[in-house]
Design a protein around this ligand. Structure first.
Ligand code: AHR
Length: 335
């Protein structure tokens, strides 16, 4: 920690300069603790390099906490980098980890495509890679050891099936707007696909507008404002995550409509704020996506580091929530 106030006044110019340089260095590294030139820990700990997507949502914050806490509990040295939702930052972080010769690399790819080259570099360097949360579309499955995360198509399908059941007696068109996640990301592609498949069974259910809100509250609010201006009759909102749904609530209320009543709202994730909106009757249904991947990931890191075989795909267990179920689950919700 940097000293401030009276302790600085007792120091000479040299120490103040050193503190300044340290502060500049810390600011420059604020998104990353990949630092140090060597990836091998001196004390024999397993060194894990992890590249995170960013901090775009409540889900992501809970996921980062789970990974940091589990790495500490497992006794690993964690080098963590926040890519701020940019693929080029993730590629840079992975290349840093390769250069530092870390023991294992794990990352949650912001988008699905464009990973083959850097994954090949890791493979050639003999560093095993684990995909967490989101997958890649590489045809060569030998470029990574395993993928641990949710079935995003299933989440979209569960959201769509609930809606089909709710609207089964509708006699006219049900107008749906969709807030997609980050363009090109696996959850946006897959949730869209699963939802479209499910609602395709009822010709009354129509997606009249679909656009990315980048998984953020600000994005959800802004795009929902546009949807409301352009479409006088919106019956349903399907948001690919809670945060965009929460942002959309503000736009819906500002437009003089009652969320959860005038517009049925379905989201994905089930983070605390989303569950609160569901329990309060502002959301109508949530398909869960669990961010608590840390403990399982650390287990996999240990195994691949020891050269053990691991299953190529490990799927997270998840459920769905209605308003009543959210009221029950909320007091014990951890994130
Ligand atoms: O990849 C998981 C998704 O990413 C979550 O649903 C969303 O909230 C996050 O930003």
């Amino acid at each position: 920690m940097l000293n401030t106030g009276s302790s600085i006044s007792r120091r000479g110019f040299g120490s103040i300069l050193a503190a300044g340089l340290l502060a500049t260095g810390l600011a420059a590294c604020s998104n990353s603790d990949t630092g140090g030139d060597g990836g091998k820990s001196g004390d024999g700990k397993i060194v894990l390099g992890f590249s995170q997507v960013g901090a775009e949502s409540g889900w992501r914050t809970a996921n980062t906490t789970s990974i940091k806490e589990s790495a500490a509990e497992a006794g690993f040295e964690l080098k963590f980098d926040d890519a701020q939702q940019k693929q080029e930052n993730q590629i840079k972080a992975i290349r840093n980890y390769i250069q530092q010769k870390v023991d294992v690399i794990a990352f949650s790819p912001v988008v699905e495509s464009g990973w083959d080259t850097v994954l090949k570099e890791a493979k050639d360097a003999g560093i095993p890679v684990i995909l967490t949360d989101r997958s890649v579309d590489s045809a060569d499955k030998s470029l990574y050891k395993t993928f641990i995360g949710s079935d995003f198509v299933k989440e979209g399908r569960l959201a769509g099936e609930w809606l089909v059941e709710q609207k089964k007696s509708a006699t006219g068109p049900v107008n749906i707007v969709e807030l997609q996640g980050t363009t090109g990301s696996a959850p946006a592609n897959d949730r869209k696909k699963g939802f479209a498949e499910a609602i395709g069974t009822n010709p009354n259910l129509k997606i009249i507008a679909s656009q990315s809100g980048d998984f953020t509250r600000a994005g959800g609010k802004q795009v929902m404002e546009q949807f409301l201006k352009a479409n006088p009759k919106i019956d349903v909102l399907f948001a690919h995550n809670d945060d965009m749904g929460l942002g959309a609530l503000e736009a819906i209320t500002a437009a003089g409509k009652v969320p959860g009543k005038d517009i049925t709202i379905i989201t994905v994730d089930a983070v605390k704020d989303g569950m609160q909106a569901l329990a309060d009757g502002k959301f109508n249904f949530i398909a869960e996506c669990s961010p608590l991947l840390g403990p399982q990931l650390m287990d996999l890191v240990k195994k691949v580091h020891a050269g053990e075989e691991v299953a190529p795909r490990i799927e997270t267990e998840e459920t769905t929530f209605t308003q009543e179920q959210a009221k029950e689950a909320l007091p014990n919700r951890k994130y």
